[in-house]
Design a protein around this ligand. Structure first.
Ligand SMILES: Cc1cc2nc3c(=O)[nH]c(=O)nc-3n(C[C@H](O)[C@H](O)[C@H](O)COP(=O)(O)OP(=O)(O)OC[C@H]3O[C@@H](n4cnc5c(N)ncnc54)[C@H](O)[C@@H]3O)c2cc1C
Length: 360
């Protein structure tokens, strides 16, 4: 009998592990969403109506032998998973790939495609109707959203506030930050760095309505709409029994160098959930998935030596709309708008993931 591999979470990490083991194990992918939410392209989904449908990529053709169970894992222990329906699935190997939450529009909690698409369409209508937008957070999401808004509507006023002294935290070169600041300035985006709000805006994020806020540096901002562009939170509240000890206070899960959950032989972790010390990215999720799938395959084959995961040097691609932005990696160095559009901005990797899911 083939071993059963239960993969919890069908994001970038989960689909890659499930697909890689489909030929060698009974794979069960547990995922409450109707389709993969392609968060890499989410921010274009709030400025361009043509994109809202491209953000949801169905799972139907991902696996040939295995199955996708549309449900949520509510309790996970080292030997299996209890679903929201109450059913239990026993596992020879478990892969925890439940990723992270992020405030809308970077991610959405809506699980059915029709409701989630409608939420993106509503956000487009709201954005189109307002003139002044405040974005809290000058990380990749805040910058990318400012880029999408100014590319779609060059006349709208966009202000970004962040308590950090510069855009993009983390070990990235100063020249990348300078290039992004330069392009944002050309687009008329106001960057208020080293500043925070004395009180949050009086409206809910994403809800139109004029408000005025005071900053810690004494300035006043009046805007019609705001979005929270910070606050990535790993999803690990369903871990029970021996697994819970590996959960850090911030929600990440401690892993060994071969990406097993610490203290476990058959439980692996991949993607944003894994405490590898990297920035949370789909590319890292894909790299974890390769190691996890290879190691499970090795254990199934009775091998003793497992691959170790080595995080690469940090890099990032930050598009500012379809044609702008800047990126950095060790291989490429610092590259500007044209290469960033090629790497990410033009199609936001939709075709790559459609192909991956067998949809082309
Ligand atoms: C706006 C934006 C742009 C980005 N751009 C890039 C980029 O250009 N390049 C890049 O590399 N990265 C990018 N990222 C980061 C990337 O999206 C994340 O790192 C990636 O989503 C992590 O993948 P994952 O598989 O770990 O988790 P997720 O994609 O978060 O998927 C986790 C899945 O688990 C499911 N799940 C959660 N709880 C349960 C449960 N209890 N039971 C079953 N299933 C569950 C969820 O429904 C979800 O489908 C971007 C992120 C955002 C928000």
């Amino acid at each position: 009998m083939p071993e059963t591999v239960v993969v919890v979470g069908g994001g970038y990490a989960g689909i890659a592990v499930a697909k890689a083991l489909d030929d060698v194990a009974d794979v069960v992918l547990v995922e409450p969403r109707e389709a993969l939410f392609h968060s890499v392209a989410a921010l274009r989904g709030v400025v361009d109506p043509a994109w809202s449908g491209r953000l949801f990529l169905p799972y139907d053709r991902l696996l040939s032998r295995g199955r996708v169970v549309r449900d949520r894992a509510v309790r996970v222990d080292p030997t299996g998973v209890v679903l929201g329906s109450g059913a239990r699935i026993d596992a020879d190997f478990l892969v925890l790939a439940t990723g992270s939450r992020y405030p809308f529009p970077a991610k959405t909690e809506l699980e059915d495609t029709a409701s989630a698409t409608a939420a993106f369409r509503t956000a487009q209508t709201v954005l189109a109707s307002v003139d002044r937008i405040l974005l809290l957070g000058a990380g990749p999401v805040g910058l990318e959203l400012a880029g999408e808004i100014t590319a779609a509507w060059p006349d709208k006023s966009v202000t970004i506030v962040d308590p950090a002294p510069d855009v993009l935290s983390g070990p990235l070169p100063a020249a990348l930050r300078a290039e992004l600041r330069r392009q944002l300035e050309v687009r008329g985006v106001e960057l208020l760095l080293g500043a925070s709000l004395s009180e949050p805006p009086g409206t809910d994020p994403g809800t139109p309505g004029e408000f005025t806020v005071v900053t810690s540096t004494g300035g006043k901002i009046t805007a019609d709409l705001w979005f929270r562009c910070f606050g990535v939170v790993p999803v690990s509240d369903h871990l029970t029994a021996d697994l819970v000890d590996a959960r850090r206070p911030d929600g990440h899960v401690e892993v060994t160098p071969d990406l097993r959950l610490v203290g476990q032989r058959t439980v692996f972790v991949a993607g944003d959930l894994a405490a590898t010390g990297e920035a949370p990215t789909a590319s890292a999720a894909g790299r974890h998935a390769e190691i996890v799938a290879a190691n499970i395959r090795a254990l199934i084959d009775g091998a003793a030596d497992l691959l170790r995961y080595e995080p690469p040097a940090p890099g990032i691609a930050v598009p500012l709309g379809p044609g702008g932005g800047a990126s950095y990696s060790d291989e490429l160095g610092l590259v500007g708008a044209a290469t960033t559009a090629e790497i990410k901005g033009a199609d936001l990797m939709v075709e790559f993931y459609r192909d991956y899911l067998g949809l082309t």
